[in-house]
Design a protein around this ligand. Structure first.
Ligand SMILES: O=C(CO)[C@H](O)[C@H](O)COP(=O)(O)O
Ligand SMILES: [Fe+2]
Length: 234
């Protein structure tokens, strides 16, 4: 029997948790990062979403591998790293070495689908799950050749760059179309404006990884909010 790879283990953990609330640390108090992550974990998070923004692909900066590495020391939860950056291929290895378990790159930074497929292969080579993300205006055709051969597809429901924006329903049509494609076995993730009003529509459309930022980090009781969100999807 062949030994389980890290990818196999992470895939199994995510599958067992699905549909999973995936809290984003975007709005956390970074002076208390370890405590914030411990609070998310105690509140019931089974995976954590880390938003890397480069100030080029999106009009905002957040953090790089230093914070991913700090998060890795703070928890054993799978780390889902969303790279909102140009030229992600230059940094994928460093994010993996920092402790990323899922690494997601944007279609919009790629020349074509063959470059996107190369990034997926690079991420898998490093024994991480490979995700591909598309912005609200990006049609599904732009990933149709890669969708059947990646580990996660992220349908953005806001233009990336900031938390607290309003949910764009265009993501629901894409999720439903991906769910209905027999060759797509990837986790289906949605990110942006997911809250108590929108989360049930997301799972009904096929999402099984639900990134939630401000609806959790802006609440004064993480546990209560996660329980409330879980009740709406299970
Ligand atoms: O990728 C992101 C922004 O680009 C974040 O993951 C997302 O915005 C989470 O925040 P919220 O739930 O408040 O929209
Ligand atoms: Fe994100």
């Amino acid at each position: 029997m062949t030994a389980q790879t890290h990818r196999d283990q992470i895939r199994a953990r995510l599958a067992a948790a699905a549909p999973a609330i995936n809290p984003s640390i975007l709005g956390c108090d970074y002076a208390q990062l370890g405590q914030e992550i411990a609070d998310m974990e105690q509140a019931g998070a089974k995976v954590l979403h880390l938003d890397v923004m480069d100030g080029h692909f999106v009009p905002n900066f957040t953090f790089g591998m230093t914070i991913v590495e700090a998060a890795r020391r703070a928890t054993e939860l799978p780390l889902d790293v969303h790279l909102m950056m140009e030229q992600p291929g230059r940094y994928i290895r460093q994010f993996r070495e920092a402790g990323a378990d899922v690494i997601t790159v944007h279609e919009e930074v790629c020349r074509d689908q063959s470059e996107l497929a190369d990034l997926v292969a690079q991420i898998r080579e490093l024994d991480a799950l490979a995700g591909i993300a598309i912005n609200p205006p990006t049609p599904l055709e732009r990933i149709d050749k890669v969708a059947g051969n990646c580990d996660l597809i992220l349908c953005m429901s806001v233009m990336p760059g900031f938390g607290g924006q309003e949910f764009d329903h265009v993501a629901l049509e894409k999720l439903a179309a991906l769910r209905d494609r027999p060759d797509v076995t990837a986790f289906l993730e949605v990110d942006g404006g997911v809250n108590v009003e929108t989360i049930a529509d997301c799972t009904a459309a096929g999402a099984n990884m639900l990134v939630v930022g401000s609806a959790i980090s802006g609440s004064d009781n993480y546990r209560q909010r996660i329980v409330e969100l879980e009740r709406l999807i299970k």
